[in-house]
Design a protein around this ligand. Structure first.
Ligand code: LLP
Length: 380
């Protein structure tokens, strides 16, 4: 698809992100059709990519918004999401952020500690309003993913641990301006082994029993996001297996009558539709390999430097014989490397390089380190 649009890509100033809106639509249609089979509600996790044209597609697909900062809540609402379709999670919500979300009367705060509940109650009381909340519970389920994106183990900072729940319930009885409407879980990201979600369902079912034993009926269960994508074969696996994913929850989650299930997908919806395009600046001989030095670096896409993550790299403009390259950026850090010993057709100054599967946690994590310019985006 990128090669078909080569002329258009060559006209742009590099580096830039290119988003394939057709593919995004197909992905969202598939996800929403599979979710609709079980009447599941999806909130799109804005943290993966908050560009307005992407948000417009999410809205069109009927998804709500999962936000982790006041600015994300604001961004969602300004881009047309109804406050009643917005949820707000995060371990460190500031008073200003909470106040803003209270004023917008968002659907639900996903609360992560008893201290946060006390502050939320205070702020809601001062405003003469009530906050709807879900308790984010840390289920201690291993997501089998990179440790930096594992969130559901007791050692992680996220959620309320099981042994604290009894005291949190006691506290909630004293907080008059808080209404408990659900429970929330999110165990990690880039989860490719679906069995992990089966384990999550087992834990969720246990927590449900626990609440029922205390005469608490929950309106919704939010199982978070985390479905992974295939970074290695983006062309073969353009659309994640949403049928298997939602089907698994349908098979293993035990619901009470009238209870809704909410999901917070980010990566699986947007990763494959985005590519970072960069130009080769220089070729430099190293000891064992050549360096292809790009004009994009970790400032535009930090995932390889931060998580040692793999992104497929392609040379869009050369079809010569393959050689081995370390593909690196211009930033003053040795971790500024997109891939080591990558086989690419003979690469020269001026060639266009595509770094695939970069639609999620790419542009949003860009930084101004080394006083770099903001990265541009185009939509095809
Ligand atoms: N819900 C909560 C509470 C989350 O913390 C996250 C992601 C999501 C939903 C969406 O998860 P997803 O469906 O996208 O896996 N920067 C990292 C990923 C960090 C994910 C943080 N939380 C990366 O580039 O891999």
């Amino acid at each position: 698809m990128l090669k078909q649009h080569l002329q258009e890509l060559q006209l742009q100033t590099t580096p830039f992100y290119v988003y394939n809106i057709d593919l995004l639509r197909q992905t969202l249609q598939n996800a929403s059709a599979e979710a609709a089979k079980y009447n599941y509600h999806v909130h799109y996790a804005l943290k993966a990519n908050a560009n307005a044209p992407i948000l417009a597609e999410m809205l069109q697909a009927g998804f709500g918004a999962d936000c982790v900062s006041g600015n994300e809540v604001k961004c969602a609402i300004e881009n047309g999401f109804k406050p009643e379709h917005v949820v707000f999670a995060g371990v460190g919500k500031s008073d200003e952020e909470i106040n803003y979300a209270l004023e917008q009367d968002i659907f639900c705060f996903n609360c992560e500690s008893s201290h946060e509940l006390e502050v939320l109650n205070e702020l809601a009381t001062a405003k003469g309003t009530k906050a709807r909340i879900a308790l984010r519970i840390n289920p201690n389920v291993n997501a089998n993913t990179h440790k930096y994106i594992t969130t559901g183990l007791e050692e992680n900072k996220f959620g309320i641990n099981a042994w604290e729940l009894e005291s949190v319930l006691d506290l909630l009885k004293t907080l008059e301006n808080i209404e408990l409407i659900g429970i929330h879980f999110h165990i990690g990201s880039q989860i490719t082994d679906l069995n992990v979600f089966k384990n999550l369902c087992t834990r969720v079912n246990e927590f449900q029993e626990w609440f029922i034993a205390r005469n608490i009926t929950l309106q919704h269960i939010n199982v978070g996001g985390g479905l992974g994508v295939d970074y290695y074969n983006p062309d073969a696996n353009l659309i994640p297996d949403f049928a298997a994913y939602f089907g698994l929850f349908n098979q293993f989650l035990e619901l009470r009558p009238g209870q809704q299930v909410h999901f917070e997908l980010g990566r699986a919806l947007v990763a494959q539709c985005g590519t970072l395009i960069s130009k080769v600046l220089y070729i430099k001989k190293g000891i064992s390999t050549n360096f292809a030095i790009l004009d994009a670096g970790m400032t535009e896409l930090i995932r390889p430097a931060l998580y040692q993550s793999y992104h497929k790299i392609e040379n869009l403009t050369s079809d010569k014989q393959e050689e081995r390259y370390d593909v690196v950026g211009p930033i003053c850090e040795s971790s500024d490397c997109f891939g080591k010993a990558v086989m690419l057709p003979e690469t020269n100054r001026g060639d266009l390089v595509a770094i695939r599967t970069a639609g999620a946690y790419g542009e949003v994590m860009a930084s101004g380190y080394n006083l770099r310019d903001r990265v541009n985006a185009i939509y095809l």
